[in-house]
Design a protein around this ligand. Structure first.
Ligand code: FES
Length: 340
């Protein structure tokens, strides 16, 4: 972690409000008399909210006095935890997670949006509405990529972001419009995208079977827990020694669907695939890398193509169908006149 220092420019006469002091004292009372410094973290958090999103040095001294601590001990704690801001922040302070799961799911695209709209890491926008920093995992990896956005009242998580949905989110925050926290796609909490499919017979394994060990050759059971279709007569027959051999995987060549590839953008300039809702800069780059440059190519996908493309670009199964890429691709191809 890089060194974190107090802001060079500090307010002249900052004092904690009466309400903040009262809250801090409530925390102090929770601890035995000689352990009051245990209230330091909540006290710093209350002071940060009281000061508009950051902790001025004067607040650190007041807290040190209230908890009977040397100021240097307070400084040590506040400079260690990145949840405490040591410089003034924007009205909406964005902490963008850049740890591996969020990074794999496109946090780099979100960082580009922040750099373009606000400035380099740690900047506050000119109008004072937005500021941002990159942080480590915020514990919502199942909904990666995500950001925590704080204002004087709330600290909310915004999840399942794409560059496009993030732009819309920031527009709404700047415009003072309410934005629902949580997933920014159709997903409910951290449930599977496209709704629950486990045990419904619609999941990716619905047509697979599990073979019971030591059972007669044809006895099989659905992986969803369905009962065996043949009864085992253990009284009369010894169980077969081996079960049926696993199905032979189809060769790659035979399974290859007919995605319409090109060796390069052979039909003029590539289409702006980001016009398709659900395709951001990352997916566009991935698709181009796989030889897909035009709306007409996407508009021609069949089910097998979609399945393979989802694997190729590491997309969540069902996403392409849900976002109707094929329908959008057909429509946009008509507009560009490149129907394939
Ligand atoms: S890696 Fe981003 S929330 Fe965990």
């Amino acid at each position: 972690m890089s060194a974190r220092r107090l802001a060079i420019s500090q307010p002249d006469n900052f004092k904690l409000s009466a309400s903040a002091k009262k809250q801090i004292n409530n925390w102090v009372k929770k601890y035995p008399k000689d352990r009051q410094r245990s209230a330091l973290i909540p006290a710093l958090w209350i002071a940060q909210k009281d000061a508009g999103g950051w902790v001025p040095e004067a607040a650190l001294r007041e807290i040190g006095d209230m908890l009977g601590m040397a100021y240097i001990r307070v400084y040590e704690v506040v400079t260690f935890y990145t949840m405490f801001n040591l410089e003034p922040v924007g009205e909406h302070h964005i902490q963008l997670c850049g740890t591996t799961p969020c990074w794999l799911r496109g946090s780099d695209d979100l960082i580009e949006v922040l750099k373009r709209r606000i400035g380099p890491h740690g900047s506050v926008s000119e109008d004072g509405k937005l500021s941002w920093v990159e942080v480590e995992c915020l514990g919502a990896c199942a909904n990666a990529p995500m950001a925590q956005i704080s204002n004087p009242k709330d600290d909310m998580y915004y999840e399942d972001l794409t560059a496009e949905s993030f732009e819309v989110l920031l527009d709404n925050l700047v415009a003072g419009k309410g934005v629902d926290a949580g997933p920014q796609n159709s997903r409910h909490t951290s449930e599977p995208e496209g709704g629950n499919i486990a045990l419904t017979g619609e999941g990716p394994y619905h047509d697979q079977v599990a073979y019971l060990p030591n059972a007669p050759k044809k006895t099989k059971m659905s992986v969803h827990g369905g009962a065996p279709k043949t009864k085992r007569n253990s009284a009369t027959k010894a169980p077969a020694k081996t079960t049926a051999a696993p199905k032979k995987a189809p060769s790659k060549k035979a399974a290859k669907p007919k995605v319409i590839y090109t060796d390069g953008p052979t039909d003029g300039a590539p289409d702006d695939l980001k016009k398709i809702k659900g395709i951001g800069p990352k997916f566009e780059k991935d698709l181009n890398n796989k030889g897909i440059y035009y709306f007409r190519q996407i508009g021609a996908w069949k089910a097998a193509d979609i399945k393979m493309v989802e694997e190729l670009i590491d997309s969540i199964p069902g996403r392409i169908k849900r976002d109707e890429w094929v329908k959008q691709g057909k429509h946009l191809a008509k507009q560009t006149g490149k129907k394939g």
